[in-house]
Design a protein around this ligand. Structure first.
Ligand SMILES: [Zn+2]
Length: 171
């Protein structure tokens, strides 16, 4: 199951993942994140995104940040950066622990230098938290999972759990 979920990625409309039950590729629209999606084929519930996803272009990044109903924590990193390699498994841990509450995205600053320039990333790794399309916090330097959780938790007011969870079908 895990190897299927690991294949999550983003496009300009939502997060893509394979249904763990039937294998169908589903798109969970950014606007509906935080709610329960059902597989378009077998109708089973789809799991919340529980791993970091790569934002590989300005287009995809902007769509995610501006439309996601969940706060988005972005890890700006580069392949040559030693501390970034230390952060990667910690970031992954936080993604598992906060599935359904946050989206964790990674931006390779070598691959998409335009994003690093636009957000004035002067050191890596740098984590930037976005909510409703706005940057709400940033922190440079390597952090263990516990510190990352504290960073996002302290930056965002307690989000009220909705009493009624809407059901949405993936497309
Ligand atoms: Zn399915």
């Amino acid at each position: 199951m895990r190897y299927l979920i690991r294949m999550s990625e983003l496009d300009d409309r939502g997060t893509l993942l394979n249904c763990p039950k039937c294998g169908r590729r589903n798109r969970m629209r950014y606007e509906g994140l935080g709610q329960t999606f059902h597989c378009a084929q077998c109708k089973n519930d789809l799991p919340a995104l529980n791993e970091p996803v790569d934002a590989r272009s300005d287009l995809v990044f902007d769509a995610l940040i501006s439309r996601s109903k969940l706060p988005v924590l972005v890890d700006f990193w580069a392949p040559w950066c030693g501390p970034c390699k230390i952060v990667a498994p910690e970031f992954r841990k936080v993604a598992q622990e906060t599935a359904g509450q946050f989206i964790l995205a990674k931006v390779n600053t070598e691959e998409v230098p335009s994003l690093a320039a636009r957000f004035r990333i002067t050191a890596i790794p740098t984590m930037v938290l976005f909510e409703n399309g706005m940057e709400v916090a940033r922190q440079a330097g390597a952090m263990p999972a516990a510190q990352i959780r504290k960073f996002v938790g302290g930056s965002i007011r307690k989000r009220k759990q909705k009493d009624t969870r809407h059901s949405i079908f993936a497309i």
